[in-house]
Ligand binder design. Sequence first.
Ligand code: G3P
Length: 224
Amino acid sequence: MQLLLDTADLNAIKEIISIYPIDGLTTNPSILAASKWDLKDTFEQFRQLGRHLSLHLQTTARTAENIVEQGRALTDNFGDGFHLKIPICEEGIKAIPMAKAAGIKVTATAVFTPLQALAAAKAGADYVAPYVNRLDNICANGVAEVGNITVILRNYGYETKVLGASFKNVQQLYDLSLAGCHAVTVTPALVKAMIYHPYTDKSIELFDHDWQERFGDSHITDYL
Ligand code: G3P
């Protein structure tokens, strides 16, 4: 499963990618609007990170022609790993094959139903991004819908990958991994929560304690 970071917090990005196996970055207009960082500085950091990570930024245009124009400019600027996030409305569906024909990678976003995902895949999207927690918030079972999207895309042999987005807890991530979701994009806090377990911490403490009781401050390599 690919693991992407859904944030524009440059400090958090630096910290998380220095520790965890992160495959890419995603943002949306709300995330960028809420960021305290200067947008040009943010994009400069993204450009550097984009050499090693995939980068998914959302169009702010509303017509297919303008969406593709932005896609061209952003792809030229950010390079090979860049994916244009296109919301799945009529202009978005129209824009997807146009963008693909122009060599722009596409992530169809704001996906709430399996049929929206199917339409995006048919149009040629590289990724579809269903919003799990926003579905859960309207009692529409986000995990089940993502599972259904994964099955439908597999049924018809689409290469489009499912990029689960909008999470509030690790249970949602765990359930999606069982459903065969290809990728998820999560907050820095949730990346940390993925590996946290109090018994793991307790076990590490116990290992340290037992070693020190017998061998003091020495290390295992001292005995080679
Ligand atoms: O990219 C979509 C995702 O960021 C939405 O998350 O938490 O605002 O529902 P959220």
